[in-house]
Design a protein around this ligand. Structure first.
Ligand code: ADP
Ligand code: MG
Length: 355
């Protein structure tokens, strides 16, 4: 009988821990991009340009015209849990901006080459900084890691190159760049519809034509027309719903009974974050089942604002399903209001054909 001594327990190297955490937050290029879009919108941008190469694996670049980042903040920008949006735990319950964890840029810097060029209103130059594993690094070996003054307009440009270069198993899991690009277009399209007053563009690197381009002044319906199609846009009805008791306010556009397709398109935003909710999707499909032919489904854009204290904000970043209090009651109220709208349109159409 051989009894071996137990192996000693050791703490993992912090770099390894951070790399593991990063890989959990960012599974595909689109997850990094979603965080970057939210940061740009948080910074008050009215213009947001996205450039992508190889489905985002080679290059993801986002240029905004927001308030920029102070030069003094650049050294800690990519450290974990650094944020300008949260000071105390209590703030979690009253947070109005999208991100609150201060983990996005840190994560990206652990699994990609990250470059930030930024200029604030009060600075007369822009600064360019390179990051690796949370820290400033020189552009080339031997140079200084300090941010370098450079020419640039107000706002921030974030360049993410060679995503997953140091996570070969993850990198090999991607089979098609166009599949990743489609996921990116889906997310950019969703935010382009939702973010009133913000112009979006998205294109492949090296191509002159954009795949998505919206103006900052376009109406919601026009943005839906540009990103989806006229067939949807021509059949939209606006709806609103709210209930003080349940602390929510909802607003959106949904197709009438003239329109139906094989699969539901649900653009769902809860407190301005693009999320999924199987419960909401099912309830909406149920609502439409009496208005549409069998197998027909609607298109719906729904922006739901819920008192932050009622939303479970501590969900993991990759967990895109959000939970909130009185979910059943809130969903039922929204669906009842949509049903009323649909019924109104239905009767007015009947009247029209009768006269
Ligand atoms: P969080 O968004 O949760 O604060 P991030 O890691 O996404 O964490 O970003 C860290 C900080 O970097 C933000 O709090 C913000 O101050 C700054 N920042 C990131 N992106 C931008 C941007 N596009 N414009 C201005 N500031 C930015
Ligand atoms: Mg963020």
């Amino acid at each position: 009988l051989i009894i071996t001594a137990p192996r000693r327990i050791k703490a993992l190297d912090p770099d390894v821990v951070n790399k593991i955490a990063a890989g959990e937050i960012i599974v595909a290029p689109v997850h990094a991009l979603k965080e970057l879009i939210e940061n740009s919108v948080d910074a008050g941008s009215t213009s947001l340009e996205v450039v992508v190469k190889d489905g985002g694996l080679k290059l993801l670049q986002i240029t905004d015209n927001g308030h920029g980042i102070d030069r003094e903040d650049l050294p800690i920008l990519c450290e974990r849990f650094t944020t300008s949006k949260l000071k105390a735990f209590e703030d979690l319950t009253s947070i109005g901006t999208y991100g609150f964890r201060g983990e996005a840029l840190a994560s990206i810097s652990h699994i990609a080459h990250l470059t930030v060029t930024t200029k604030t209103k009060d600075s007369n130059v822009a600064y360019k900084a390179h990051y690796d594993s949370g820290h400033l690094v020189p552009a080339k070996p031997g140079q200084s890691a300090d941010p370098k003054p450079t020419a640039g307009r107000q706002g921030t440009q974030i360049t993410v190159e060679d995503l997953f270069y140091n996570v070969p198993t993850r990198r090999r899991a991607f089979r098609s760049a166009s599949e990743e690009y489609n996921k990116i277009l889906d997310v950019v399209g969703r935010y382009a519809v939702h973010c009133d007053g913000v112009a979006f563009s998205c294109k492949k690197s090296g191509e002159s034509s954009t795949t998505i381009a919206t103006h900052s002044k376009s109406s919601t319906v026009d943005r839906i027309r540009q990103i989806y199609n006229s067939a949807v846009a021509n059949e939209l009805i606006e709806f609103r719903s709210s209930d003080e008791k349940y602390g929510f306010r909802a607003q959106g556009w949904t197709t009438n009974a003239n329109y139906h397709v094989k699969k539901t398109t649900l653009l769902l935003f809860i407190n301005h974050r693009s999320v999924d909710s199987t419960n909401i999707r099912k309830a909406i499909e149920q609502t439409y089942s009496t208005f549409l032919p069998r197998g027909g489904h609607p298109f719906i854009y729904l922006s739901l604002e819920i008192e932050p204290s009622r939303v479970d904000v501590n969900v993991h970043p990759t967990k895109r399903e959000v939970n909130f209090l009185n979910e059943d009651e809130v969903i039922e109220k929204i669906c009842a209001d949509i049903r009323t709208k649909l019924a109104n349109v239905d009767t007015s159409r009947t009247f029209m054909t009768q006269t």
